[in-house]
Ligand binder design. Sequence first.
Ligand code: R5P
Length: 336
Amino acid sequence: MSIHILATEHMADLASKVYERLKDKGFLYAEVEYVPFPSLEVKPRILATVRCEHTYLFHSLHHPTPNDAIVTLLLTNDALARSSAESITLVLPYMSYLRQDRKDESRVPISARVMANLIETNPKVKKIITLDMHCDQAQGFYNISVDNLPGSMVLAPHFQEKYGHDLSDLVVVSPDYGGTKRARDFAGYLGGRDEIGVMEKQRSGNRADKVETLGYQGPSVDGRNVVLYDDMIDTGGSLISATKALRNFGAKKIYAVASHGIFSPPQADLTAEERLRKAGMQVVITNTIPRSEQYQKENEDWLTMLPLDELLAKAVFETSTPGGSISSLFRKKDKR
Ligand code: R5P
């Protein structure tokens, strides 16, 4: 039995880089064709036989919109099942709708659960590999196994390289209480640093300009560099507000770091990119949400996008190998 890697349209680049790393280990790549109809419906077709084989399908749940993306995923899963694939592992680096994980007001859905139900309608889908889910507990919405890789595994080495072995000047800060554990984990990946800072955030409505930072708890940032660590940057409101407060507390250079760069369409007349550039932010993200080379070039003065192909290739290999271990990828550095 062989293992096929496949990708939907926006993930072809990342998936083929993963394949390049695995082709010597017997992995194969299968193209998927998407035939569009004038009505805007779409028909996927798997261009190689996958009968009785394990398949890894890479998909962006953000492109071209989160809502279109879920239908494309369901149709592609169905095409794979009807092609008699033995199993489907979904590689979904960014999972949309995870912020709606509870009934936080009357008469609203738990959208993260709805997405899980939809994905699990196809019994051939056996596993999901993802990065930095908005909250770990969302794994419980699924009956299949969900491997939730920490983005820190890619983001922390970037800072270790930048700062060499002297990280004493760097304070890791979470922009809100919800992200405390994530920031602590990132600090751990940097080399066993226990103390982190936490900002208190208040948001009124959905507008990016309505985020207010109310306070800060943690080590002094006066005269020190700061890594503001979050799972995602959407409008940029949380990080811009936190950055303003940290600058008032005397922080030197501030890096905004996150796994997912969503960068939503304009709020208050500016795109997220324009708001972040205008605020003088230096932003580091991974490519869970793929962007073109041209986009990256146009934004390279403020944005660094770290590639995920090495981490995902390891995750695909470990999960497809009898006796393989995903947790072996998670090991943190010893305390210095
Ligand atoms: C919130 O709980 C998340 O972890 C992020 O802090 C938030 O979604 C970022 O959104 P924005 O960039 O729009 O402030």
